[in-house]
Design a protein around this ligand. Sequence first.
Ligand code: PGA
Length: 246
Amino acid sequence: MLILNWKMNPKSLTEANKLIFAYEKQIQDLKIKPRSILIAPPSLFLPVLVQKHPDFIFGGQNCSDQDQGALTGEISASMLKSAGAGFVILGHSERKKMGESLALINRKIIAALKNKIKVVLCFGEIVKPKNFQTAPSEWRRQAKILFNQLDQFKNLGRDLIVAFEPAWAISVNRQGSVSIEYLNLFIRWFRAETEKKIKHLPLIYGGSVDAKVVKLFQSAEIKGFLIGSKSLEPSEFGKISRAYYN
Ligand code: PGA
């Protein structure tokens, strides 16, 4: 699966529609099952995009941990759902940078799953570890909080996707993606650490993804990619799709 995170872009609904028409042009010759590309636009655009572009699945970039109430500016999981969202990205590194705690992200995951909306959980450290062997202790610390009380949900393997998305590797930080060795270290750690408690969750990777990274990570046991900045450039999206689906 390819999950496209538009972040706070584009500037208008007209441009959002144009972007999707440009995607369609890019992928018209590829054999891609409808609805296997997931798009997370600004949530304000959701109802229109969902209606106009039924070949894609749309989702939110965030939601509240509460269902409703005196929380100015917040959007709940049930509101996203009623706007047609099929999933929600939670715990994105940019939101953590804005101050979101792991405990809050955990409550958001629970709120989304209770509202039967799939979660794409971003997981990963903020700062690049000097020695990669030290990373698992930070991952363990995060997992303990993020996965707290999730055993109440029966079908987690279907409803929760984990995106390995270390903040330092996303494109704004200009350090490039993680290496394949580091990705594999994470995958091995994740499987060993969580498998006993949480059944086989799909893993994807996000952080400076372009067509080269997609090719490089072909051998890794992941189910797809979370794509930020390159998703805003239709020709780059086309290259990524060709690398991934061909
Ligand atoms: P990027 O963003 O592809 O621009 O690095 C990734 C993300 O949204 O996590």
